[in-house]
Design a protein. Sequence first.
Length: 818
Amino acid sequence: MPPVSKSLPSHAQVAIVGGGIIGCSLAYHLTKLGWNDIVLLERKQLTCGTTWHAAGLVGQLRATQNLTRLAQYTTDLYATLEAETGQATGFKQNGSLTIAGDSERLEELKRGASMAKTFGLDVQVVQAAEIKDRWPLVNMDGVAGGVFLPKDGQTNPIDTTMALAKGARAAGAGIFEDTKVTQVLIDGGKAVGVETDRGTVKADVVVNCAGMWARELGRRSGVNIPLHACEHFYILTEEIAGLSPDLPVLRDPDNCAYYKEDAGKILLGAFEPNAKPWGADGIPEDFAFDELPEDFDHFLPVLEAAMARVPALETVGIRKFFCGPESFTPDARYFLGEAPEVRNYFVAAGFNSIGIQSAGGAGNVLAEWIVKGHPPVDLWDVDIRRVAPFQANRRYLRERVTESLGLLYAKHWPFFQFQTGRGLRTSPLHERLAARGACFGEVAGWERANWFAPEGVEPRYDYSYKRQNWFPYWAEEHLAVRRSVGLFDQSSFAKFLVQGPDAETLLQRVSANDVGVPAGKVVYTQWLNQRGGIEADLTVTRLAETQYLVVTGAAVGPHDLAWLKHHIQDGEAVTVTDMTSGLAVLGVMGPDSRALLARLTDADLSNEAFPFGTAQEIDIGFTQARALRITYVGELGWELYVPTECARGLFDSLSAEGAAFGLKLAGMHAMDSLRMEKAYRHWGHDIGDEDTPLEAGLGFACRLDKATDFIGRDALLRQKQQGVTKRLVQFALEDPEPLLYQNEPIYRDGEIVGYVTSGSYGHHLGRALGLGYVSHPDGVDADFVASGTYEIEIACERFPAQASLRPLYDPKSERVRA
Ligand SMILES: Cc1cc2nc3c(=O)[nH]c(=O)nc-3n(C[C@H](O)[C@H](O)[C@H](O)COP(=O)(O)OP(=O)(O)OC[C@H]3O[C@@H](n4cnc5c(N)ncnc54)[C@H](O)[C@@H]3O)c2cc1C
């Protein structure tokens, strides 16, 4: 253990709260970047919270590219940490073996293996004989295959944390144990230090790495960190004769179990589907190196399945039953980054049982984020700005985390929907849609109709990597929008009213497009960061001289709102109001949309009177709507914004008149497949803070020559001169059968050049579609894209693909402007 520093300084560049593996890794990485004036404050002793009792598995393959890269970094770090610091870590790279209990799991593993190829992670698909060879104790009944990752391993969590702390301390960081942070000090909306039971430390940046205590500490400063502890179990057997110390870690996700060799014994851990929340009434003040009472009945189903998989467990004794708390989050992903509520208040917490294997990568990128002022790679998956206010609700959290824990080993199904914590945010049309067969999915708490089951069909998902049960109904909705007219409930859109004398100044500063337009114009724009990366992708509609309506996706609402508010300068007279709850949105989309709406309004909907990209207030049915002629599905259509209480009346009017046109209710899955045919980008998938509009093919929405400066302009000008080294391209598989979801590698002339950022099925084009970047260090232009031969790899098999820079559907947007 590193010696404890004595006197608390009055000031530090960064104050880190919490001495688990995350806080120590952050301190270590900050000092690597030359920030040595760091204090780390631990209420008891280092590792005393969750870290000390972790099983210590260090795996590298995660659900997404960047999270896998982070885990890969962790492995590389742990492999050298002992040599660097002189502190033993217990790290060994004995590899890991994951076995598939059925063909769907095998497909998932193979898809993961394909994904891993894009960044050189060694994932080997292995057959039954090799599995038995590597893990002789395993009973192979029902095993369909598996994958082996030779560089995976295991580590000693306490020793590894101590090595990180030692490295940080050696570089100048102060580590203070028995020092409890009682409050984060806030001044003018910024974190300015911490108050502890040993005095105050002023700090430029405060980082909450307080593990399962993080939520409560955040709450005291108005920072929402929705996590909740759950009980987490493993058992340790007596010694098993002949057990090799080089035995790889074995994961048997279909039986919710993992196995690791531990000094001649087997440690069997569980990720059961129905977890037990813990600490709902608060965590005891003196909690340190504590265990929770055993619950053998809860563990028994996992143990029974384990005995079948590893029969040696039937005869060996159990030396230790261990139960300890770990924090889990509503979407089973951790929280990283600057809190949207308070500047200079950073968070790294809620590690969902992968904190040991995530600590290196998370500490590394968070340190860079703090030092440089922005994340070094796209970290949206774990960005704290994805949190919605309602998630602070403790009852919701308690219920949701019962499901989060098991998700680590559950199948990562395409279109997966949570079962718990549902029904929180519903559109005024909810009951009507439910009565018409809606199958709902959840985004940011919103219940949204994803697809509609016809009469006699139960609206529920039968998950698969192949065509799922709702595929035909999805196709019908998609084709109705292409051929006649569909109705979407888009009420979950986040909507912000930006008003005041400086509204235009603010929006011009953040928007790459020109929003200095006449009232009634809808502007599609990106908001960029200083590097030209896309922070938001949305529409800005000018309502009046000093009033704008900003509309963005449900999931990114809190993120985009925080971005906008952060860019209001001192003294600017502008307010931003979240109007999401007040306005429902009905999207009427398709070639017959004009004729349908004409039956309900006296407004002139002709191209001359109501061109694409404009907005008007119109009478419609018995209400008034703000109609925006805009589309995310690539057809003639209008989005109708009405007061929430008027939505049902308008829906009924549209339904009644729509019958003559075969109006079809359409869900979010149809919206997604329609936008994919038209190659409309989706922020968070196809575009993010690492991608510029020039790379994303969105240069048409940037007005580099507009009269006012905007954030990111200089970067774009530079890039325009230099040329880009990646371009977003639309792909369509030649074979109509296979399906694309996300992360599938893209080959150009036999070389991997990128991966699919979003995938769907084009029901009109009749093939699976993908968007993805084609990269090349010497530059990528239209000729480069056109001159290649493309294939996309799905579950280790390559399929020829057509590549296009122009949308494969309606490339001239004639239908949109019809
Ligand atoms: C049974 C079990 C097995 C696991 N196995 C694995 C595994 O194999 N691989 C893996 O990657 N992960 C595993 N994990 C998860 C891993 O242990 C955690 O994700 C990780 O330890 C979290 O680290 P942390 O630093 O966020 O939290 P903690 O270790 O809990 O650290 C937070 C620290 O903050 C301190 N603190 C809190 N409030 C204050 C305050 N106000 N002032 C000062 N200090 C404060 C606490 O005392 C604590 O020490 C396992 C977890 C469990 C329970």
